[in-house]
Design a protein around this ligand. Structure first.
Ligand code: MN
Length: 264
């Protein structure tokens, strides 16, 4: 089987699974005969100006992508190769524009941090994607929060254990709706800020990213084959910090509507 036909088969299988879960036939695809003992809800995000939903396959996040944030995390912000981690797909909490969504303070932590981030969502996959073609894989963008149990992340790091428990937990990925590239263009610069209870905490420019969205896609595709539905949290600027119950977070990226959550 050639790599191309194998990929086609995998995509077809995915469509059949989705069709079965949603209880409808996918046009052009035979109805699935796979039987499951229970349904698992797909993770989707509304797409602005469309009645379609964006299906999330994987959530990737880049670490330490702004020099000043890298320094505050105790790293040397020389341009070392980018590193990525993942959150579980169902960590997504969609926050409708114009609302302040309740966001539950998670278990186990006493130091719960915000990280305001631009999120690139992919409409096209690939492996070893060339830098000059990378942005062609972007379907759109959203504002997102990479919520972090900082005390757990640090404790695990100190013990040289995976810090997954600090990053990858239920509802750790609040996100606004997807805006298609045609609506927004690509984001290479522009203000990104975050306020807590109206007080400015993070305030930076997207042009301060050490690795651009295009570079992130190209580099990540060397480690994993990317697929439509993969999304990439592109890193947070400096001045991350804690929130407690009752706090309201508002984040902004030039060209996208603000995203707000209340910690409950
Ligand atoms: Mn982050």
């Amino acid at each position: 089987m050639t790599p191309l036909s194998k990929r086609g088969l995998l995509q077809t299988t995915g469509l059949m699974g989705a069709g079965a879960l949603l209880g409808c036939a996918t046009p052009g695809v035979a109805q699935s005969t796979v039987r499951t003992p229970f349904a698992v809800a797909p993770t989707t995000i509304p797409i602005v100006g469309s009645d379609e939903m964006f299906p999330v396959r994987r959530i990737y996040c880049i670490g330490r992508n702004y020099a000043a944030h890298s320094r505050e995390m105790g790293s040397d912000p020389t341009r070392e190769p980018p590193f990525f981690f993942q959150k579980p797909t169902d960590a997504i909490q969609h926050v409708p524009t114009g609302t302040v969504a309740d966001h539950p303070y998670p278990s186990l932590t006493k130091n719960y941090h915000y990280e305001a981030e631009l999120v690139a969502v992919l409409g096209k996959g690939g492996r070893n994607i060339a830098l000059d073609k990378a942005l062609e894989h972007v379907y759109g963008y959203a504002a997102g929060l990479d919520m972090t149990r900082r005390d757990l992340q640090r404790a695990m790091g100190d013990q040289k254990k995976p810090w997954e428990i600090g990053k990858s937990f239920d509802r750790s990925a609040p996100i606004g709706p997807v805006h298609k590239v045609a609506l927004t263009g690509h984001f290479t610069q522009g203000s990104i800020w975050l306020k807590v209870n109206g007080e400015l905490k993070q305030n930076a420019n997207l042009n301060q990213m050490m690795w651009s969205v295009a570079e992130q896609i190209s580099k990540l595709s060397e480690a994993n084959e990317l697929f439509p539905g993969d999304i990439i949290y592109s890193g947070t600027p400096e001045n991350v910090g804690p929130v407690v119950r009752g706090d309201v977070i508002e984040m902004h990226i030039d060209g996208l509507p603000n995203l707000s959550v209340k910690i409950t």
